[in-house]
Design a protein around this ligand. Structure first.
Ligand SMILES: [Ca+2]
Ligand SMILES: [Ca+2]
Length: 172
């Protein structure tokens, strides 16, 4: 209960401020004072990982850097050195590298031969496809802008589809 006065104080601080700025002439485009502005630029979990694969700190990720990075990430979890991991270990990998056990790509997507094992080759193939998807200008290098996604579904229409890549037309 000792924290309650702090929360109340925060609310009291926020409300008069918003009221003074907006007043009765609140624009219809302005979000309600209690909600943060809609985020329209975001990054998929896999893009967050790929951005972190920039080995020489030039804020760009080449295919060579990505391949080496994926291999390093895999070896960390292939502790028995089998060259493959099961779905549970893959979820551990996803939690570490993608930030969530259920983040995409799913093990079902990566396990292309359906033997319930993820090999490094299967993981590399998946990342290579993802690299191709992000590399809009096909120069074998991902710049930060290519790793970002414009989420049109927020605020406009509220669509449930996967967010569109920036600059690409939205799939029907
Ligand atoms: Ca497999
Ligand atoms: Ca590129």
């Amino acid at each position: 209960m000792r924290q309650l006065p702090i929360i109340v104080a925060s609310l009291l601080l926020a409300s008069p401020c918003a009221a003074q700025k907006a007043g009765p002439s609140l624009s219809p485009q302005s979000p309600p004072a209690t909600q943060p502005p809609s985020a329209t630029i975001m990054a998929e979990p896999v893009a967050v990982m790929m951005g972190a694969c920039d080995a020489n700190n030039d804020a760009q990720v080449t295919r060579v850097e990505l391949t080496a990075c994926v291999a390093r990430s895999f070896v960390m979890f292939d502790t028995a050195n089998r060259g493959m991991v099961g779905y549970i270990v893959f979820a551990d990998w996803a939690e570490r590298w993608l930030g969530d056990r259920n983040a995409l790509p799913s093990p079902f997507e990566v396990d292309s031969n359906g033997d319930n094992q993820i090999t490094l080759a299967e993981l590399q193939t998946q990342f290579s496809k993802t690299f191709d998807r992000f590399d809009r200008d096909k120069n074998e290098t991902l710049v930060r802008a290519e790793l970002l996604t414009l989420d049109i579904s927020r605020g406009i229409g509220g669509g449930r589809d996967r967010p569109s890549r920036r600059g690409e037309p939205r799939a029907p």
